[in-house]
Design a protein around this ligand. Structure first.
Ligand code: SAM
Length: 294
């Protein structure tokens, strides 16, 4: 069975809410399954109906649209849910990327699930994942902050709270606040912390600017082109702390003392807890020390 036949089968169900990702710039990123779903639903709830009408028209589709945006989503969600429970199938889209990711839709999806409606994700582009996949920063753990606060004092406070986080930090930022935000990040995280400015992803002027924060601020200040368009900021996580070294604890000495009275396993557990180091590493070291004692 062809892929689109499979998806058409899914999207023919009634009373289903489909959460459909759309391109973040390049229209070729629209998936076949997303197209099939939009073509088959009774109604599309869109962040901006004119914007989505243009997208549908570019794809050769026309569908009834209803607006669901941050200013009406509390009230509008109830009306959409009533139609869903009346058996209509409805797609939720935002202006670009994945709905609910710094975009409207959370109250609708939460309430749809609470009422037992079927909610089906139709995955596709999202600027976070797109930026992470090509920025060259660690992706094993990342922390998505969304948009930082707009006011300077709240933004600085928030960056201070994030400064010790060891996961890669991913933020959305508007071009108007880019320079100020980068300056505040350099202050909070240190000018040497590596960062990547991922701009205009999937579009003609896509760029990745990779530099320590202090240098990144200067390059953005000097090149107005770097302040244009849509952007994701990624910041390398804080270096992992060696709590033991910071507290001046001699791990070997502590292990040696504990091993006089405790099993290797228990001694390793106690030292791992006291130092914040990985239990496996401490356990291996304890085995070595124990072998040396015998
Ligand atoms: N729901 C979207 C997603 O899944 O990525 C995000 C919507 S949020 C309102 C818009 C922000 O996403 C922009 O201000 C920018 O930070 C980021 N963004 C969206 N498209 C982008 C692109 N093509 N290049 C870089 N950043 C983008």
């Amino acid at each position: 069975m062809a892929v689109s036949e499979v998806s058409r089968k899914v999207s023919n169900e009634s009373g289903v809410l489909y959460v459909v990702a759309t391109p973040i710039g390049n229209l070729s990123d629209m998936s076949r399954r997303a197209l099939d779903t939009l073509a088959s639903v009774d109604l599309i709830a869109a962040e901006d109906t004119r914007h989505t009408a243009r997208l549908l028209s570019a794809m050769g589709l026309a569908k009834p649209l209803i607006a669901l945006h941050e200013h009406n989503e509390t009230g509008m969600s109830g009306r959409i849910l009533a139609r869903l429970q009346g058996g209509e199938s409805i797609a939720l889209v935002s202006d670009a990327g994945t709905p609910l990711i710094s975009d409207p839709g959370f109250p609708l999806v939460r309430e749809a699930r609470r009422r037992g409606c079927k909610v089906v994700p139709i995955p596709g582009p999202s600027a976070i994942i797109c930026a992470l996949s090509a920025a060259g920063l660690a992706t094993d753990r990342f922390f998505f902050e969304g948009f930082p606060p707009r006011t300077t004092s709240a933004r600085r406070r928030r960056f201070q709270q994030l400064a010790a986080n060891t996961a890669t930090l991913v933020l959305y930022e508007s071009s108007h606040r880019l320079t100020e935000s980068l300056e505040d990040m350099a202050d909070a995280f240190g000018a040497d912390r590596r960062a990547v400015l991922a701009r205009e992803l999937t579009k003609l002027h896509e760029t990745f600017l990779d530099a320590p924060l202090g240098e990144l601020v200067e390059r953005v200040r000097q090149d107005p082109d770097q302040q244009r368009g849509e952007m994701v900021i990624l910041v390398e996580g804080a270096p992992k702390r060696d709590d033991a070294a910071e507290c001046g604890i001699d791990t070997d000495k502590l292990l040696g003392l504990l091993l006089r009275d405790l099993s290797v396993k228990r001694a390793a557990e106690v030292v791992a807890e006291a130092t914040g180091r990985r239990r496996n590493d401490i356990y291996k070291r304890a085995l070595e020390l124990k072998a040396g004692q015998e």
